[in-house]
Write a protein that binds this ligand. Structure first.
Ligand code: CMC
Length: 431
């Protein structure tokens, strides 16, 4: 392989450095700028990490121009068509698809950790009924750090594996507890005979007084959404988990930081915001007026579910979800869904509008996901929690990859300081 170098010369001193480009297995080269501070005493400045790779990773690859997403090398379309969420979680964490024995053992391990300590259940009572579920989930996930002291040596691979079992297994239980608390209904304990998705729906929708039949299409659609949200390389919440985890903090505390980062409307909160936006638009004839507001920079309105830092083409996940919407709505008898019709029309109008075309803004994963969540009964305030359950697989995989890397260092960005230089303290009477 050719060695590609870049020469950087400091014009004021004439001193040059040769910076080596690192070659990924696929994708653009990555310039190693680590020697810059040592050789020249300068840092690099890249707000929003527009051009900066923060780490090396073998987990997920995105080609934003071609609209390609690979988990451990497998196209997300193939995994969506053939896999289950738990299989995909195994793939992300261990790097290979499980064989039958491995999958059975993995499913058993997850299933056996689905209950949460009764003391944790009582934490929910501290929240008012209308507290946003993401506030409840991030607090309770952080609180997991106060339990499970038996397996918290982050440098022990077996302990890391148990952390993976516990967090993946308990996320749906915690989410359901938050939901039941909001409704004022009794908590429903996990059912180990059900699949991951069906168990989640059962904990959400069952009540002690009557039997609940989970529609197989609802469980299947949920599993698909979990697969599509499972990982997305160094997105804001995953980077947050890595940064927090790089201090050696308790893994549950690091995951809780990830939940908090995901909550924002520019990230995981977008799915909730999309439905709100569609309801506000109301009817197709109001689309032009709404898009005029989006284009007006003074208005600060975004077309939610559109645009992505990495994808400058169709988000492959959005394509799959849009197709699935048709099937799910039809099977669940909700074909006549005005919000889906409105979303389709809004997409069509935006994709033919110069503003969106010139900025390469396409529908992202969240443009249609809320329609499916609604169709299977998940309320809007729980959409981002669903995203968090799915992304836990990615957070765990990235946390494990980072901790297992012998070259791991605490994440510590530098800054371009533009504040005052050193000044002399003035006594309060003389200010
Ligand atoms: N509506 C209107 N204008 C937009 C949008 C949008 N959804 N997204 C980007 N733009 C404009 C932006 O104003 C800018 O215009 P200009 O060049 O005139 O200043 C240009 O497009 C480039 O955008 P940017 O803000 O520099 O892009 P970014 O990479 O910093 O932001 C984003 C990416 C996802 C935060 C942004 O596209 C956005 O806010 N989208 C809406 C929220 C959303 O759907 N988020 C979910 C992302 S996918 C799920 C996930 O991974 O979390």
């Amino acid at each position: 392989m050719t060695i590609r170098t870049f020469t950087l010369t400091d014009d004021s001193t004439g001193k040059s450095s040769s910076l080596e480009a690192l070659h990924p297995t696929v994708g653009p080269d990555v310039l190693n700028i680590a020697p810059l501070a040592k050789d020249h005493g300068v840092f690099t400045y890249d707000p929003g990490f527009m051009s900066t790779a923060a780490c090396e990773s073998k987990i997920t690859y995105i080609d934003g121009d071609k609209g390609i997403l690979l988990y451990r090398g497998y196209p997300v379309e193939q995994l969506a068509a053939k896999s289950t969420f738990l299989e995909v979680a195994y793939l992300l964490i261990y790097g290979e698809l499980p064989d039958t024995t491995q999958l059975t053992e993995w499913q058993n391990n997850i299933t056996r950790h689905t209950m949460i300590n009764e003391s944790l259940l009582r934490f929910f009572n501290g929240f008012h009924y209308d507290a946003h579920p993401m506030a409840q989930v991030s607090a309770v996930v952080a609180s997991l750090a106060g339990f499970y002291h038996d397996s918290l040596d982050i440098y022990n691979p077996r302990h890391r594996e148990i952390v993976a079992h516990r967090i993946l297994a308990k996320m749906p239980t915690i989410a359901a507890a938050a939901y039941k608390h909001m409704l004022g209904q009794p908590f429903i304990y996990p059912q180990n005979s059900l699949s991951y998705g069906a168990n989640l729906l059962n904990m959400f929708f069952a009540v002690p007084s009557e039997e609940l039949q989970i529609h197989p299409m609802a469980a299947k659609a949920l599993d698909l959404l979990l697969i599509l949200h499972a990982d997305h390389e160094q997105n804001a919440s995953t980077s947050t988990v890595r940064l927090a985890g790089s201090t050696g903090t308790n893994p549950y505390a690091a995951m809780s930081a990830g939940v908090a980062a995901l909550w924002g409307p520019s990230h995981g909160g977008a799915n909730e915001a999309v439905l709100q936006m569609l309801e506000e638009i109301g009817t197709a004839d109001a689309i032009p007026k709404f898009l005029a507001r989006v284009k007006d920079k003074q208005d600060h309105t975004k077309l939610m579910g559109f645009g992505h830092r990495v994808y400058k083409n169709f988000d492959p996940r959005a394509k799959i979800i849009r197709e699935t919407c048709h099937a799910v709505l039809k099977t669940l008898g909700r074909s006549d869904n005005p919000l889906f019709e409105l979303a389709l029309r809004l997409e069509e109008v935006a994709l033919n509008d110069e503003y969106f075309v010139s900025r390469k803004l396409y529908p992202n994963v969240d443009f249609y996901s809320g329609i499916i969540y609604s169709a299977i009964g998940i309320p809007r305030s729980m959409f981002t929690v669903m995203f968090a359950i799915a992304r836990t697989a990615g957070w765990v995989a990235h946390w494990q990859e980072m901790i297992a890397d012998p070259a791991m260092k605490i994440g510590r960005p530098r800054q371009l300081y533009t504040g005052p230089t050193s000044r002399v303290y003035t006594d309060i009477h003389t200010r």
